[in-house]
Design a protein around this ligand. Structure first.
Ligand SMILES: *[C@@H]1O[C@H](CO)[C@@H](O)[C@H](O)[C@H]1NC(C)=O
Ligand SMILES: *[C@@H]1O[C@H](CO)[C@@H](O)[C@H](O)[C@H]1NC(C)=O
Ligand SMILES: *[C@@H]1O[C@H](CO)[C@@H](O)[C@H](O)[C@H]1NC(C)=O
Ligand SMILES: [Zn+2]
Ligand SMILES: [Zn+2]
Length: 566
């Protein structure tokens, strides 16, 4: 292993790219994506994740050919959440009209639904009419259904799939599970996966002769999210010696977990930053789990893609080129690259502490939010950290960037409360455990691994030339810290609070001040006021807040950048 890495270091020093770790090929090889959220153009201001969906298609085409030439299988899997993330998916109504036809160009063997396909009916309908229709046999949903016009509920695609792989002739039983999501629109229905296990069709499915079970889910695989582990305990009663591979999603992290000696799970990040690789041996011996399974998190860039295929020339396939072309035509048509301004340095959601000059929350609270039109009054503006979706990178800032960083269109509302109360609301919300249930932070913040940061740094430093490595993920999972395909200088996700505030107060005197926030967090604000013994009833009967402004945060940021202030 070490020798391979140094070989890679040596080779890569010749082509001036970051050192890579090789993939481990085995009887069955998988590439997994999840939570792509429309990022099919690639990350235009981030070379590390610069590959687009066409490049990805070329990549997997070569991997599949290589697997087949080695007498091995290769399967492509996606775990859902394909909307809500950037302009390509979100500028249209309903969103996804233009990005979904791009997504389905990838030749998935198995795919399932995410919660973002279920918030609004138009998205669910589009999923049913476009993605399910394109993959009628491969789209599997064991616990999510769509309501037809006549009121009948039908699965999105199949409830399960039983098939034999083309090369090794492995008999596979596959299910698709969404976590217990309850904000689905009423043209759809989610049944908790644990209840589905008792349904007659599921019991019938378990009667097949099976060599491998695949669970493709939009559900975190981490040990503290118990849904997959409950399914696993149940399956093990019927299949004590069958290999099981889980594919997870939703919490937007890279992760790999060991369920038992014959079962592991992979989760492949978010936003086309990662193509997850896992492979497994069908060997009947009692192999240690680390010999049977492998995992790699491949950075979504051409350098990595070419490295793992061994191709430098002739990398682009015909379909890959066509899809790249379709993406650039679509971007043009949607005018996503229309320039608003230029950003001179990077601002991060959580790669720096929240009071750091490069924290996007510091930028917003100390400067951008101050520009919210008001009444020249003393005020405190509170935003939840989940209202920022992604980092703001150096480079051209376009219509697309706005959708990436701050897309949410919530009205600002206000309440007038005594200063001594107003100043305590943010702290109250940030202490509150109960708030974690209402997901005020960015999704990955709820699933940060317990990491010893020193170990992260030492591990990377071992390879020398540490400072020259590109910054990126150093993932800590059940197999260790060597899963990332590219050696990185570790980025660290600092914890962020539920909310941050921009404070404009004049003096210490007690006076009524305005507390301003997105209507979206009104229930949380009222809860905090109540906890602070402020009588919320006196604000007025059924609507305690007043509309304050409909100049959205994204608009403030646009104007700020257009005026060349950062
Ligand atoms: C509803 O429509 C579907 C598809 O056309 C059909 O299969 C089903 O039997 C219908 N159900 C009822 C209750 O009419
Ligand atoms: C919101 O602010 C305006 C202007 O200061 C004020 O008139 C109004 O009463 C405030 N709303 C509430 C519910 O306190
Ligand atoms: C809260 O305010 C309302 C309306 O002003 C009043 O009727 C009620 O008695 C107050 N409750 C408490 C506990 O002070
Ligand atoms: Zn997601
Ligand atoms: Zn999700």
């Amino acid at each position: 292993m070490i020798r391979l890495i140094f070989l890679a270091l040596y080779l890569s020093s010749l082509c001036l790219s970051a050192p890579h770790r090789d993939l481990t090929w085995n009887d069955i090889n998988f590439i997994h994506t999840t939570d792509t959220h429309g990022w099919y153009s690639g990350h235009l201001n981030q070379p590390l994740y610069h590959a687009n969906w066409g490049d990805f298609i070329s990549f997997t085409t070569h991997l599949k050919a290589k697997a087949h030439s080695q007498g091995q299988d290769f399967l492509l899997i996606d775990s859902g959440d394909r909307h809500d993330g950037n302009g390509l998916s979100d500028i249209t109504t309903p969103n996804g009209v233009k990005s979904t036809p791009i997504f389905i160009k990838q030749n998935y063997d198995l795919l399932t639904i995410g919660n973002h396909e279920l918030y609004v009916w138009e998205n669910s309908k589009q999923e049913y009419d476009t993605v399910v229709k394109h993959f009628p046999d491969n789209y599997i949903c064991s616990n999510v259904e769509f309501k037809l016009k006549n009121g009948t509920f039908v699965p999105f695609g199949q409830k399960y799939k039983y098939f034999t792989t083309p090369i090794t002739k492995t008999r596979v039983l596959a299910f698709g599970f969404l976590f217990n999501f309850n904000r689905f629109n009423d043209g759809t229905r989610v049944t908790p996966m644990i209840e589905v296990l008792k349904e007659p069709w599921f019991q019938e499915a378990l009667k097949h002769e099976v060599d491998l079970i695949i669970i493709v889910g939009h559900t975190p695989i981490s040990h503290h999210w118990d849904e997959f582990y409950q399914v696993h305990n149940y399956l093990r009663k019927y299949f004590p010696k069958t290999i099981i591979q889980y594919f997870g999603g939703h919490s937007h992290i890279r992760d790999f977990t060991v369920f038992d000696n014959l079962a592991t799970g992979i989760q492949s990040g978010r936003y086309c930053e990662t193509a997850g690789w896992t492979s497994l041996s069908l060997n009947k011996d009692n192999l240690p789990v680390k010999e049977r399974f492998s995992r790699s998190y491949i950075d979504f860039n051409l350098d990595s893609f070419k490295y793992h295929t061994g191709l430098t020339d002739n990398f682009d396939t015909k379909v890959g080129e066509e899809v790249s072309q379709l993406i650039s035509e679509t971007r043009e048509q949607l005018q996503l690259d229309a320039l608003i301004g230029h950003v001179k340095t990077n601002y991060y959601v959580d790669y720096v502490p929240i009071d750091h000059p490069k924290s996007i929350f510091n930028l917003l609270t100390s400067r951008v939010l101050k520009t919210l039109p008001g009444h020249n009054e003393e005020r405190i503006i509170i935003i939840n950290t989940g209202s920022i979706r992604y980092d703001l990178y150096k480079g051209p800032y376009t219509i697309d960037s706005k959708y990436i960083v701050s897309p949410f269109e919530n009205e600002w509302v206000n309440v007038t409360v005594p200063k001594s109360v107003a100043t305590k609301v943010a702290a109250k919300l940030n202490d509150a455990d109960y708030i974690s249930a209402s997901r005020l932070k960015p999704p990955h913040q709820y699933d940060l691994p317990e990491v010893d940061f020193r170990q992260k740094f030492n591990q990377a430093a071992f390879f020398g030339d540490y400072e020259k490595l590109p910054k990126g993920y150093v993932t800590h999972d059940d197999f260790g810290t060597d899963g990332d395909d590219t050696l990185h200088r570790a980025v660290v996700n600092f914890p962020v609070p539920n909310v941050v505030q921009s404070v404009d107060l004049e003096d210490e005197l007690e006076a009524p001040v305005n507390l301003v926030f997105y209507s979206f967090i009104t229930p949380n604000i009222l809860w905090a006021l109540n906890e602070l013994n402020f009588n919320v009833t006196q604000l007025g009967g059924h609507s305690p807040t007043t509309t304050y402004s409909s100049v959205f945060l994204g608009t403030l940021l646009n104007e700020f950048i257009a005026e060349n202030k950062i």
